[in-house]
Design a protein around this ligand. Structure first.
Ligand code: 13P
Length: 343
């Protein structure tokens, strides 16, 4: 139990956040193809090696979430990738859900699967060095959606997963993601996010999960991407903090937001503004995937000679988000990088 609490706190330590590099094979192949790289186990491995061996990454990244395939791959000098992360001062984490599948008797809703055999899989991952895990539930806002059935099924699965993780000494990242897709308002997102969190914390309590030994990974409260009124940073901060304060117990050590398709600088600006709003019961940091990796992937695009440039870009975005996790980001940080990169 003490170890769980220590690991959870380390994941949300001052000025640090989590890097979500756990795209499943299909998603990673899509991202590689988009930048013109042939999708193979080797190109997936190459990009993850570039990520994990980025110089200085451990200064602002506390943990990296990897996918099963990556967890078993090695760097070009033969070091297992989870070990390479650990050598860089970054805790290795593993995505353990097996994806969002159509919810029975529902329209356009999913429930995340992966509980069968999870105890045995966790034992295997612990042997390979895993210290924390991730499970993502997906909630879509639409007409008559989400249903209570969808919220309950997803929250129950998240709680069963979290309990199995803690039994194995692994910190669960609990991720109920309310998607930005759609034309819903900021207020609608706040209401659905609050409902989803209520279901999650009721189920976590029901399964005896130690709240001090989890990290919550929610969406920020944002209007749908197709909503005509995109709202300013202050409105997003007010809605997000009100929602979290109403629905997340203070025993949770940290909240690490997903980026969810926000632009990379927007995700940094929002996190910074959330932290500038004053002290909260929990640490507020990031667990970004696309907002950290997209610019680095585009810079690399499969070209070996561009790997150092990709690493500089990743280290820079990680540093900016590390500053935002302390409420100390400023746009000048971006400019300083442009000067260094072109020097
Ligand atoms: P994004 O930051 O790209 O939303 O990814 C975070 C994540 O891990 C989603 O499960």
């Amino acid at each position: 139990m003490t170890e769980l609490v220590t690991t959870a706190r380390a994941l949300v330590a001052d000025g640090k956040g989590v890097l979500a590099a756990d795209e499943s094979t299909g998603t990673m192949d899509k991202r590689l193809t988009e930048v013109g790289v042939a999708a193979t186990a080797e190109s997936r491995r190459q990009f993850r090696e570039i990520v994990v061996t980025t110089p200085g990454l451990g200064e602002s990244i506390s943990g990296v979430i990897l996918f099963d395939e990556t967890f078993r791959q090695k760097t070009s000098d033969g070091t297992p990738l989870p070990r390479a992360a650990e050598d860089a001062g970054i805790l290795p984490g593993i995505k353990v859900d097996t994806g969002a599948k159509p919810l029975a008797m529902a329209t356009d809703e999913t429930v995340t699967e992966g509980l069968d055999g999870l105890r045995e899989r966790l034992a295997d991952y612990v042997g390979l060095g895993a210290r924390f895990a991730k499970w993502r539930a997906v909630i879509r806002i639409g007409r008559q959606r989400p249903t209570t059935r969808c919220l309950r099924a997803n929250a129950h699965a998240l709680a069963r997963y979290a309990a199995l993780c803690q039994e194995a000494g692994v910190v669960p990242i609990v991720e109920p993601e309310v998607l930005m897709d759609g034309d819903h308002s900021l207020e609608h997102s706040e209401q659905v996010t609050g409902d989803a969190l209520d279901h999650v914390f009721a189920e976590l309590a029901g399964q005896g999960v130690l709240l001090e030994g989890i990290v919550l990974k929610p969406n920020m409260v944002l209007p749908g991407t197709d909503h005509p009124d995109q709202r300013d940073v202050a409105a997003v901060v007010t809605a997000t903090l009100r929602c979290l304060r109403r629905h997340v117990p203070a025993a949770v050590p940290g909240i690490a937001f997903l980026s969810g398709g926000q632009g990379d600088e927007a995700a940094t600006v929002h996190l910074d503004a959330l932290n500038r709003a004053g002290p909260q019961p929990w640490r507020l940091t990031f667990s970004y995937g696309r907002a950290l990796l997209s610019p680095a992937l585009a810079a690399w695009a499969g070209r070996e000679d561009q790997a150092p440039a990709a690493q500089r870009i990743l280290a820079h975005r990680a540093r900016c988000n590390g500053a935002a996790a302390m409420g100390r980001y400023s746009p000048e940080l971006e400019e300083r990088h442009e000067v260094t990169a072109s020097a």
